[in-house]
Write a protein that binds this ligand. Structure first.
Ligand SMILES: Cc1ncc(COP(=O)(O)O)c(C=O)c1O
Length: 379
């Protein structure tokens, strides 16, 4: 707050440099939200009406909405009913049946913080010459092995760009905020331009000679022009200062989240197979964003919403991640209907329980014990 500039100042660049360093990417561009990050990434690769983008059905609406904001169409891919992640067999089917080559990009969503090995997806995408925009809004701090070492999600070793959200429920909070990482200088420059109305101040990049504007002399310092339109998606210095301070605590948050998930897993291990946590992917070390249980509600004779209401009366918040996006009225009208058995099975069983770093083992035990009591499970 004591700095001269509250926006477009040095905290923005300091945050971006720190983030790029942490995830191991050449460039990071901050912006006002995860949705803005996805939209900017889509605009940067010139998505438009002629394009179709594959998005998993199990995600927050923003992953698909960002595509639609560029004018491109969305095609929803089924998910694996155990992990909630994109089903690669369904993805391959979608790509091989795309005879007109309308699919130009894939947005894998790292649900809950986990990912399949991004190099597998990169291989599939390369076979079809597709771009990959990772939706890592849940996965800041997650890592995966490649070339004998652990790579951070965001390093873009196996993607065109990677997007993050810093909404308060995420691993780090900026109030509202987001970022895109990339290793491409061209995309980096495009992202900087697009997040700021596509304003061009460099005379070398002007499309016109500016003679139609009655200015005194050529190239006055205040002159700018636009050749395309773009929103203001900037993050302020206030947000970036908070983001940088949060980044310094990232590993503490990640450790805490991992420990809580391990404890949850231990506490529910006697409930298998009727209640199971998300299936773990051996090649990913996730910075868990969500703790999701898959519950056979019918077996326990209870509706999910009734269980959620009972948990709430005990002070335990729970959530459903997510209502499948293709089931939203907007997308039902817009997108080809597809049979999505993995998505339907996952949605019928999923329930997210509280997960945030301030929790402790006692909280986890209280939550799991309460759940068992409400489901009529005897210890
Ligand atoms: C998977 C996913 N993508 C994108 C977003 C959008 O992020 P934001 O809320 O920062 O716009 C979210 C937000 O919850 C999300 O969960």
């Amino acid at each position: 707050m004591k700095e001269g500039l509250l926006t477009q100042g040095s905290e923005v660049t300091a945050f971006e440099t720190t983030l790029a360093g942490i995830v191991g990417a050449k460039y990071a561009v901050s912006c006002s939200s995860g949705t803005a990050a996805l939209h900017l990434a889509g605009m940067a690769i010139n998505l438009g009406k002629a394009d179709t983008v594959v998005v998993p059905a199990n995600t927050f609406v923003a992953s698909a909405n960002a595509v639609r904001l560029t004018g491109a169409e969305v095609i929803f891919c089924d998910i694996d009913a155990g992990t909630g992640l994109m089903d690669l067999t369904d993805l391959r089917g979608l790509l091989s049946s795309d005879k007109d080559n309308r699919i130009t990009a894939i947005i894998p969503v790292y649900f809950g913080g986990q990912c399949q090995n991004p190099s597998d997806l990169w291989t599939i995408a390369s076979d079809y010459q597709l771009q990959i925009i990772e939706d890592a809004c849940h996965a800041l701090g997650s890592t995966y092995p490649s070339n004998g070492q652990q790579n951070a999600i965001g390093s873009c070793l196996h993607s065109t760009m990677c997007t993050f959200s810093f909404h308060p429920v995420k691993t780090i909070a900026m109030g509202e905020g987001g970022a895109i990482t990339t290793n491409s200088e061209t995309l980096y420059k495009k992202l900087l331009l697009l997040r700021n109305h596509a304003l061009i101040r460099n005379p070398d990049e002007w499309a016109s000679d500016a003679t139609h504007v009655p200015v005194q002399g050529r190239n006055p310092s205040w002159y700018y022009e636009i050749n395309e339109i773009s929103p203001n998606y900037r993050a302020s210095d206030i947000h970036c200062a908070l983001g940088r301070s949060q980044l310094s605590r990232l590993q503490t948050f990640v450790k805490k989240r991992r420990a809580l998930v391990s404890w949850y897993d231990k506490c529910v291990s006697d409930l298998y197979p009727h209640i199971v946590p998300l299936q773990k992917i051996a090649t990913c070390e996730p910075a868990w964003h969500l703790y999701v249980l898959l519950i056979d509600f019918e077996r326990y004779g209870i509706k999910r919403q009734d269980l959620m209401a009972k948990l709430k009366s005990l002070g335990i918040g729970s959530q459903v991640h997510y209502i499948p996006v293709p089931w939203q009225p907007y997308y039902r009208k817009r997108c080809p209907e597809r049979v999505l058995p993995g998505t339907a099975s996952f949605f019928a069983r999923c329930l997210s329980l509280p997960l945030f770093p301030e929790m402790n083992k006692d909280d986890v035990e209280f939550i799991v014990t309460s759940l068992k009591v409400l489901l009529g499970i005897k210890n």
